[in-house]
Ligand binder design. Structure first.
Ligand SMILES: C[S@@+](CC[C@H](N)C(=O)[O-])C[C@H]1O[C@@H](n2cnc3c(N)ncnc32)[C@H](O)[C@@H]1O
Length: 292
C-alpha cells in the first residue's frame, strides 16, 4: 500500500505564534494528514484539546492513525461548520485556530483523486468524496461563459476563452474523462510546453470551482469572531494570491475595528532552507491575527 505523506509548512513558526496557552482549546480547520496537529499536541499540555476538521474522510483517517492522541477530536466537515460545532460543545471560542488552505500532497500525488498534472487519473478533484460536483461534470457539462469565468477568475488564465472553446469542441467528439485528456486540450491551445505545464492554471481553476474554495474562505473569514476567543489567534496559510488577498483584506478590516491586532504586519514566508527541502512550500504565505 502506498504510504502517502505531506510535509507541514512553516510548522514550528505556526506553533510558536498560535499556541499561546499550553492548556488551551485549539482548532485545526484543515487537518490533512495531521502534520501540524502532531506538532501542536507535542507542545500542548495533557489538559489541552484539539478539534480537527477536514472535508476529506480519507485524510482524516490517516491523520487519526498518525496522531493517535485522545486530545484530538475530528470532524469530517468544512471548517465553515466550526461555529456550529463549538456551540454544540459549549465552547465560546478557541485559543487558536489554523487554516492551512488548499490541498495536501496526499491529494495531489494520488492519481485517483484527479488533482495531479503529472499522473493521469479521472477528472475528479473533490476534497469531499461524498459531494456531487466533480471536475468531470464541469468540463463536460458547463457552458462556454461559465467555463471562461472560472478559468479567468480562479485560474487567472490569460487564454481562458480559447481554452473554454477548445473544451467545448473536444467534448463534441468524445467525453473528456481524464486529466491527461484535459492536459492535451490545453496544450493544443498553447502549442508549446514551457517549464510549467500550460494546464496548471486550468487545473487550479477547476479545483477551486469544484470545492468552492474561495467561497469557503470568505465564509470562514466572516466567522472568525464566532470562532476565536478574546486573546486567541487565527493563523491562515495561503498558496495563491486570490486567497491571500481575501485574508489580507479581511484581517485589515478586523484590525481597523480595534478589537483585533495583526500579529505579523509583514506576511511570513518560508525560508530558503525550507523551500529547498520542500518545494511545495515556495508559494506559502502566513498571516496571523489576534483578538484583543
Ligand atoms: C494543505 S492540506 C493540510 C495539511 C495539514 N496541515 C498537515 O500538516 O497535514 C489542506 C487540507 O484542507 C482540506 N480542506 C480544504 N478545504 C476545506 C474546508 N473548507 N474545510 C475543511 N477542510 C478543507 C483538504 O481536504 C486538505 O486535506
Amino acid at each position: 500500500m502506498t504510504q502517502w505523506t505531506h510535509i507541514p509548512i512553516l510548522a514550528p513558526e505556526i506553533a510558536d505564534l498560535l499556541l499561546t496557552d499550553p492548556d488551551g482549546i485549539y482548532a485545526d480547520g484543515t487537518l490533512g494528514l495531521g502534520g501540524h496537529a502532531e506538532l501542536f499536541l507535542k507542545r500542548l499540555s495533557p489538559k489541552a484539546r484539539l478539534l480537527g476538521f477536514d472535508k476529506d474522510a480519507q485524510a482524516l483517517q490517516m491523520a487519526v492513525a498518525r496522531v493517535n492522541d485522545s486530545r484530538l477530536t475530528v470532524f469530517n466537515e468544512s471548517y465553515t461548520c466550526l461555529p456550529q460545532e463549538l456551540a454544540k460543545l459549549n465552547i465560546a471560542g478557541v485559543h487558536g485556530a489554523l487554516f492551512d488552505l488548499g490541498l495536501s500532497s496526499y491529494q495531489l500525488d494520488n492519481p485517483a483523486r484527479g488533482f495531479s498534472i503529472i499522473n493521469n487519473g479521472p477528472l475528479d478533484m473533490r476534497f469531499d468524496l461524498s459531494s456531487t460536483l466533480t471536475a468531470h461534470t464541469i468540463v463536460n457539462t458547463w457552458g462556454l461563459d461559465d467555463l471562461t469565468r472560472i478559468l479567468t477568475d480562479y485560474g487567472e488564465e490569460r487564454k481562458a476563452s480559447q481554452i473554454a472553446l477548445a473544451i467545448l469542441n473536444a467534448r463534441r467528439q468524445a467525453p473528456i474523462n481524464t486529466t491527461e485528456d484535459l492536459k492535451q486540450i490545453v496544450q493544443r491551445v498553447y502549442g508549446f510546453r514551457g517549464k510549467t505545464h500550460p494546464a496548471t492554471q486550468t487545473f487550479q481553476a477547476l479545483r477551486i470551482a469544484v470545492n468552492d474554495e474561495l467561497g469557503s474562505v470568505e465564509t470562514l473569514l466572516q466567522e472568525l469572531p464566532q470562532i476565536i476567543a478574546k486573546g486567541g489567534r487565527a493563523a491562515v496559510l495561503t498558496f495563491h494570491s486570490l486567497e491571500d488577498r481575501l485574508v489580507k483584506n479581511r484581517f485589515k478590516e478586523l484590525a481597523a475595528t480595534g478589537e483585533w491586532r495583526l500579529v505579523n504586519k509583514k506576511v511570513i514566508v518560508p525560508e530558503y532552507r525550507e523551500i529547498c527541502q520542500n518545494r511545495r512550500s515556495r508559494s506559502a504565505k502566513l498571516r496571523v491575527i489576534e483578538r484583543v
